[in-house]
Design a protein around this ligand. Structure first.
Ligand SMILES: C[S@@+](CC[C@H](N)C(=O)[O-])C[C@H]1O[C@@H](n2cnc3c(N)ncnc32)[C@H](O)[C@@H]1O
Length: 297
């Protein structure tokens, strides 16, 4: 079976970056996973759509193991991404009484969420986790409706969307104009608008996520936000992710940044340049994400 995404992003080339992000977010998503599975029935089915590097997949396997078992269904449109998440999730599984039966089963599903119905390929689910994937679908409202259709009665949708722009650089880097990070964030925001506009069949979503969840028939709609905080001096994996994020921002911002900023980025990203960002011990990672929650009556 083949599947594809609609966002023009080469996700296969981003597997290493997704894995690093999963490692860096691990502490935060572990707390979220524990919170989300607390109220589920015994032996629940939990679906992680657009599972990326598998950070939440691992956390879900761990938290379901701690409460006696269940099934984690991982859905992604990119085979290499899905494989990486499944490998990580299965490595986190434990086995019943030294048998080959895992306490938590991990089931991969390769699928394009805009083309296939989650209810058919992964439902009925007691919890659907969809983090930073719905905004990659042409019709986000329809995407949420399809996820709700995959829920069992009483099941929860946890939608990770929005939060605050992550920060990782000191304000004055000593090369180029101070405030590079803010200009990169601005360029990224413009890229995001174009990314959404250029998807075939793209539909605007002129309301907030609470409204989308309520309109989709969910009740008890709420939200909470979480923090990912790796202060400087950051460990190597954080520095590596900062380099990768900067490379990506330099790519998507190439047409939108002033020549002086592009020059600064070339130096910051050159391992042979004394200004190489990967050698600085003052980079950090600070971000927040929001999880929108709703229950199917
Ligand atoms: C930004 S990553 C989010 C990864 C992870 N959920 C997280 O929050 O860190 C988006 C993920 O959605 C997947 N994706 C994008 N479009 C998709 C689609 N149409 N169907 C299924 N997965 C898709 C990508 O392959 C990628 O793994």
């Amino acid at each position: 079976m083949t599947a594809h995404t609609h966002d023009g992003i080469d996700w296969t080339s981003r597997v290493a970056s997704l894995r690093r992000a999963a490692e860096i977010d691990a502490d935060a998503v572990r707390v979220i996973a524990r919170r989300l599975v607390r109220t589920l029935p015994d032996d629940p089915t939990v679906v992680d759509v657009g599972c990326g590097g598998g950070g939440m997949a691992v956390a879900l396997v761990e938290s379901l193991t701690a409460r006696g078992g269940g099934t984690v269904v991982l859905v992604d449109a990119v085979p290499e991404v899905l494989d990486a998440a499944v490998t990580a999730a299965r490595a986190a599984a434990t086995y019943e009484n030294d048998t080959t039966t895992p306490t938590v089963r991990v089931r991969p599903v390769l699928a394009d969420l805009a083309a296939e119905q989650p209810a058919d390929i992964a439902g009925p689910a007691h919890l659907v986790w969809a983090s930073r994937v719905v905004h990659h679908l042409p019709d986000q409202r329809r995407g949420v409706g399809d996820l709700v259709a995959a829920l069992a009665p009483g099941g929860w949708l946890a939608l990770g969307e929005g939060g605050l722009e992550s920060r990782c650089l000191p304000w004055d880097l000593g090369i180029g104009e101070p405030g590079l990070h803010d200009r990169l964030a601005h360029a990224r925001a413009e890229w995001f608008v174009r990314m959404r506009e250029s998807m075939p069949g793209s539909v605007r979503l002129p309301v907030g996520w609470n409204t989308v969840l309520t309109d989709a028939g969910l009740v008890e709609v709420t939200a909470f936000s979480y923090l990912v905080d790796h202060p400087a001096p950051a460990k190597p994996v954080v520095r590596e992710l900062v380099v990768q994020q900067l490379q990506w921002l330099a790519e998507v911002g190439a047409q939108r940044l002033h020549a002086a900023d592009r020059h600064a980025l070339t130096r910051l990203l050159d391992p042979d340049d004394p200004a190489f960002i990967g050698r600085r011990d003052d980079v950090f990672l600070l971000s927040t994400g929001t999880v929108h929650l709703g229950r199917k009556p």
